[in-house]
Design a protein. Structure first.
Length: 276
């Protein structure tokens, strides 16, 4: 049986548990495979593979965590931190794309500017990309002690941008949910388009709230500084980061939303006409 390296505490600020990262690897890879099968077996659009990529990214992050637990290495530790910090951004991007598709396929005229597909794509996707880049740059600045503090500030700015726009996105979801003219294609098991839309909006709302909780944790974690009380609490990482992301993936699998966005771009009305 492998033994946790005493040097691991130098990087993690605590002696990391063994066994739990391996469980996370298995869970994320399994959920990623299930999502691939669901996408292939439906008319889901190809952009849904962003979820699979995020699941693989999470699994890679925990693989590196396992290696760093038994054979600590600074370079690998930095990459591990990136892989555990960045993939969840893809989940927010996926939610943005879902709402964009709902507004894109609507027949409603004179849509408010904040509900237009171009606005949703530009504002939310750009905020996600900017936050992603800042977090990546900030993580790269942390290893040298001379730039560690500056790197933490850069990461915090990136996380803050994403937190701000994720909150604004929740408001957008509520507007789309309440607008009866914005509909989605019915999935198997949905009695009406209203039921289909409600299920989709529930998925987007719950997963966005979970990502919001994770972002708040990450901000507190980085604000506490390397070796701070939050940073040294491994249970907090698994509770407010790992678990939040894992539950998001479980929701995406259980309430698969690919049915609502036919790859051929048809609207709910066009699907009804073709099936009549």
């Amino acid at each position: 049986m492998s033994i946790v390296s005493p040097r691991a505490a130098e990087y993690f600020s605590y002696v990391p548990v063994h066994g739990l990262p391996e469980v996370m690897i298995g869970l994320f890879l399994s959920l990623g495979i299930i999502l691939v099968v669901q996408i292939l077996n439906t008319s889901a659009p190809k952009w849904m593979y962003v979820l699979t990529g995020a699941a693989v990214g999470e699994a890679l992050g925990y693989i590196m965590r396992v290696v760093c637990t038994y054979r600590p290495h600074l370079g690998l530790f930095i990459v591990m931190d990136l892989f555990l910090l960045l993939p969840p951004n893809a989940l927010a991007l996926f939610n943005y794309m879902c709402v964009r598709e709902v507004t894109k396929r609507t027949k409603k005229q004179n849509v408010a500017i904040y509900l237009r597909p171009s606005f949703i794509s530009w504002v939310y996707n750009t905020s996600d990309i900017v936050g992603f880049v800042l977090q990546m740059v900030g993580c790269g600045m942390e290893p040298p002690r001379a730039t560690r503090h500056a790197g933490q500030i850069v990461v915090l700015i990136g996380l803050g941008i994403q937190l701000l726009f994720l909150g604004a996105f929740l408001v957008t979801v509520m507007y789309v949910w309440k607008d009866p003219e914005m509909t989605v294609v019915r999935a198997p098991g949905d009695q009406t388009q209203e039921v289909a839309k409600r299920r989709l909006m529930q998925v987007l709302t719950v997963t966005t709230l979970l990502l919001y909780v994770r972002l708040v944790y990450r901000i507190v974690n980085y604000a506490s500084g390397f070796g701070g009380a939050i940073y040294r609490s491994e249970w907090a990482l698994y509770t407010f980061d790992s678990l939040m992301v894992l539950v998001c993936f479980i929701i995406y699998v259980v309430r698969f939303v690919g049915h609502y966005f036919p790859a051929d771009g048809r609207t709910a009305e066009e699907v009804v006409l073709r099936s009549a």
